[in-house]
Design a protein. Structure first.
Length: 276
């Protein structure tokens, strides 16, 4: 596997990593994951914008332009001969090497690492069972809205869910309102309207979520877990698998999957197809 690391394309096995990099020592970094399929970087401009916004929030000296990053990723796909594959592209930006401690040199040079992963089509539209996370999401922190390298809450709860025979877990925030899951944004349907929790509730600013809002497929609304469980349908979105219907949620005997026709219509709207 060929990866991109700080200006060079290299074998993953030959990659050297400075142990003083703040991404490793402190989780001082951001990342983005996007889908490549049908010879296209899906929603690339939105992914670049989110990555740039997160880097600016954390005062990173991330200066690659939209076109420069796109060229790097395109070349990496070609070097791995993945042009006709379905890939998850993970871009990591760290604050790079700096002095010991929490303070950092404002003229730091960021570390940029990009890796490709082949993904199975079996994940697409596969229904999912959800548990409820024990950890509460900190809606007061800007980190909750961005993909940072501080992902331990998600790791802990995703693995706890698996031990209890669930595939993911719903985070509630410190005010006991529904936020998102460990991997995805959450949407719910009530009285033929589609809702998703607002960013202020500790929600990750997902690119797929943004498409639903841009195209006015959904609107934002704060919700309690109790109200969520009254929904007709519930589904998850993220950039890799797109849409996944929720089958069941811990504490409820109800199923929330919805019909195939419902999801087909959603996908058609997202892909700008004519709805008959």
């Amino acid at each position: 596997m060929i990866i991109y690391a700080n200006g060079k394309y290299t074998s993953q096995k030959k990659l050297t990593f400075d142990i003083s990099d703040r991404g490793l020592l402190l989780g001082d970094g951001v990342f983005d994951t996007m889908l490549y399929q049908n010879n296209e970087l899906t929603y690339y401009n939105d992914h670049y914008k989110r990555l740039k916004t997160a880097a600016k929030l954390l005062s990173f000296n991330f200066n690659l332009t939209n076109e420069q990053l796109k060229n790097i990723i395109t070349n990496l796909i070609k070097k791995n001969n993945f042009q006709n594959k379905q890939i998850a592209i993970r871009t990591n930006i760290t604050r790079g090497v700096s002095k010991r401690g929490l303070d950092f040199d404002k003229s730091h040079k960021v570390g940029i690492y990009i890796k490709l992963n082949l993904i199975p089509k079996s994940l697409f539209m596969k229904s999912i069972k959800l548990g409820i996370a024990n950890i509460r999401r900190n809606s007061t922190s800007p980190i909750s809205q961005n993909k940072t390298l501080n992902y331990l809450d998600n790791v802990i709860e995703k693995n706890r869910a698996a031990k209890n025979d669930y595939e993911d877990a719903i985070f509630l925030n410190i005010n006991e309102k529904v936020s998102c899951t460990t991997t995805s944004n959450i949407f719910y349907v009530q009285k033929n309207k589609i809702y998703t929790p607002p960013l202020k509730d500790g929600v990750l600013n997902g690119v797929m979520r943004e498409q639903f809002l841009k195209k006015k497929i959904a609107t934002t609304q704060t919700t309690s877990l109790n109200n969520l469980l009254k929904s007709d349908y519930i589904f998850l979105t993220n950039s890799v698998f797109g849409i996944r219907p929720v089958k069941t949620i811990s504490g409820s005997r109800k199923t929330f999957e919805g019909s195939k026709k419902f999801y087909t219509k959603l996908i058609d709207i997202l892909e700008n197809k004519k709805i008959i």
